[in-house]
Design a protein around this ligand. Structure first.
Ligand SMILES: Cc1cc2nc3c(=O)[nH]c(=O)nc-3n(C[C@H](O)[C@H](O)[C@H](O)COP(=O)(O)O)c2cc1C
Ligand code: SF4
Ligand code: SF4
Length: 235
């Protein structure tokens, strides 16, 4: 073995980032098959050189969510499969970025349609079985590192996405239901909420809204965002 060759541990992991639980459900489904170690992305030990990594994350504004950058810049592994969940509007190009910009050793990948976090009455049911051939790639000795073509993104998708989300989504606190338990801040990866009160760091991921035990948080969409969400494509 040459001195430059990286030695990987035998540790296999399923890593997920999930704000409104779609990606977590995908991770749980896959881990039922793989039986690896299941880890939430902010708890990953980046000093370990992993063997196989399945990474599941949601698309935010046709891109990689901000809370994942530290992980993708620093993780080391032998082989990786990536599943990016999205709300059936446009998934953008994040898988392309992971291969060509971040040089991750990807042997399988897909964009996977899920419910849209911003649609309260979204009845879409993902077909998890579609993922089986992709994750089976870990057992394929001949699996190659992938080449992926660029897909199209919406013009201006990268133009102040946080500000656009803040304008498009209003988070409302019902003071009568809130008991100041501060559980919302435990779910917030951006230090953007204390006892239901939102500050300027908020990216409108809705983790706090979906996880408030007292249903004290709700959200309202602007007319423009409602109109944009009509583009949802179930084909
Ligand atoms: C801030 C934000 C931005 C989003 N941007 C997109 C998008 O550009 N295209 C899309 O199809 N879905 C988009 N979605 C929907 C999510 O990608 C989708 O619902 C995803 O499955 C959520 O995963 P999670 O429940 O694991 O957080 C967005 C959701 C949020 C909260
Ligand atoms: S989790 Fe809900 S009830 Fe608890 S402080 Fe936050 S908003 Fe209030
Ligand atoms: S405060 Fe904002 S960033 Fe934090 S969990 Fe809630 S929606 Fe997400």
């Amino acid at each position: 073995m040459s001195n430059n060759e990286t030695v990987f541990s035998k540790i296999n992991v399923v890593i997920y980032l999930s704000y409104t639980s779609n990606s977590k459900r995908v991770a749980l489904f896959c881990n039922n098959i793989l039986n690896y170690n299941l880890i939430e992305s902010s708890n990953v030990d980046l000093n370990i050189k992993y063997n196989n990594v399945l990474l599941v994350y949601p698309i935010h504004s046709e891109n990689i969510p901000i809370n994942l950058y530290n992980l993708i810049k620093n993780i080391k592994c032998n082989k990786m499969i990536v599943i990016a969940t999205y709300g059936r509007i446009n998934h953008g190009n994040s898988l392309y970025k992971l291969v060509y910009k971040y040089k991750l050793p990807i042997i399988g990948r897909c964009y996977f349609k899920c419910k849209h976090s911003y649609l309260k009455d979204d009845k879409y049911e993902p077909n998890y079985n579609e993922l089986i051939p992709i994750i089976n790639n870990f057992n394929n000795q001949d699996a190659k590192y992938i080449d992926i073509k660029k897909s199209s993104s919406t013009v201006g998708y990268n133009f102040f996405p946080k500000l656009r989300a803040q304008i498009g989504v209003k988070i409302i606190l019902d003071k009568n239901k809130c008991n100041s338990c501060n559980i919302c801040s435990e779910f917030c990866l951006n230090k953007a909420i204390i006892n239901g009160k939102i500050n300027k760091n908020c990216i409108r991921c809705l983790a706090c809204v979906y996880n408030c035990p007292n249903n004290a948080l709700d959200f309202k969409l602007s007319k423009i965002l409602k109109f944009y969400l009509r583009k949802i494509n179930d084909k």
